[in-house]
Write a protein that binds this ligand. Structure first.
Ligand code: SF4
Length: 346
């Protein structure tokens, strides 16, 4: 590029919290390459809050669902960026950007290899397009928290009865969609002998009331990130399926155990602090580079099992427990039985 850009627009309107977290390294790599440029991010709520206090971001613009194209057009008209990068092309968003912005990268999904992580793919394309530094292709998602937020996260754990010397195990059972539901949560929580804390929305917590795990109070997204960070600092671990909150946990440095079924961990894994378990890795119905086209994706109709997603059931609770044990100190007594559990056992 001859002239360095002065105004950079990053658009992430894929709709998921996890999608935005996977795009954070794009924001950071662009800022590192162009530190003097104003950088604006256009995205959805509630993920936009994850960009608060991020020194790479000058402004965050939030748009409502269903109004994405109009929001992009308004931003192009109002702000006139000279470099734009978008993860989202639908509804003519990509073409609209190409028409107006002098330099743009609008297809980060071109010919994705099934075994290349999504974020790495984004960064490699941007490096090939010479809008980021080639040395930044390994950046991992990172969320910036303030000191006060970190302290608040510590307080939530303290108030829940997790002392500073305890390594908390945080369970994030909400899957966001039926095809990612894991059927073995209760067995895992029981095996953890009262040392696990469930994290989630009020409806999730209500379903666990009186169950085999302690409950953390419902909190805002940024405070949740701070709680994950506090758990990470205490040497704890966060366990859950391939969801946005799990990506938030990894992005604040917590160690994670990810339970992967319909998505491939090789492409959607939780990154360097994560240990990912894959159910039914050879399922012939999986489309690793076009997951929304999978027969099971929207309705969780699994051709392999009438009981629900066979790949999620295939991740036995003993496998998860072994990984949790490898990361925190967990009494062995009740977990030994689980470690022998057969795939799909409930
Ligand atoms: S078809 Fe069944 S086993 Fe295969 S990815 Fe979908 S839910 Fe999982």
């Amino acid at each position: 590029m001859s002239e360095p850009p002065r105004r950079i627009l990053v658009v992430d309107l894929l709709g998921g919290l996890g999608d935005l977290v996977m795009a954070l390294p794009v924001v950071h790599a662009l800022h590192r390459r162009h530190p003097r440029a104003e950088l604006r991010v256009l995205t959805h709520a509630p993920g936009d809050a994850l960009l608060d206090h991020d020194p790479a971001v000058t402004t965050t613009v939030r748009t409502e669902r269903g109004h994405e194209r109009a929001a992009v057009l308004a931003e192009l008209d109002r702000w006139r960026p000279d470099l734009a990068v978008t993860t989202s092309r639908y509804d003519g968003i990509g073409e609209a950007i190409e028409e107006v912005v002098p330099r743009s990268v609008t297809n980060l999904w071109r010919t994705p290899p099934p075994d290349e992580p999504v974020t790495a793919r984004y960064l490699r394309i941007l490096a090939d397009e010479q809008v980021i530094d080639p040395d930044d292709v390994d950046l991992a998602p990172r969320i910036v928290l303030t000191r006060a937020e970190r302290a608040a996260g510590e307080q939530v754990l303290d108030a829940a009865g997790c002392g500073p010397g305890q390594q908390p195990v945080l369970l994030v059972p909400a899957a966001g969609m039926a095809v990612k539901e894991w059927p073995h949560w209760r067995e895992l929580a029981t095996a953890l002998s009262g040392r696990a804390f469930v994290v989630g929305e009020p409806s999730v917590l209500e379903a666990w009331r009186g169950g085999p795990a302690l409950l953390l109070p419902p909190v805002s997204l940024r405070l949740l990130a701070a709680v994950f960070a506090a758990a990470g600092r205490r040497g704890g671990v966060v366990v859950g399926p391939d969801t946005g909150p799990m990506r938030v946990a990894a992005a604040v440095g917590a160690r994670t155990v990810g339970i992967f079924g319909p998505t491939l961990a090789s492409r959607y894994g939780l990154g360097p602090t994560g240990a990912d378990l894959q159910g039914l890795p050879d399922c012939p119905h999986r489309c690793p580079t076009a997951i929304t086209e999978q027969v099971c994706w929207w309705e969780a109709q699994c051709p392999i099992s009438l009981q629900g997603p066979a790949c999620m059931a295939d991740v036995a609770p003993g496998r998860v427990l072994d990984l949790v044990r490898g990361r925190v100190s967990v009494p062995a007594s009740s977990g030994d039985q689980l470690a022998l559990g057969s795939p799909g056992q409930k």
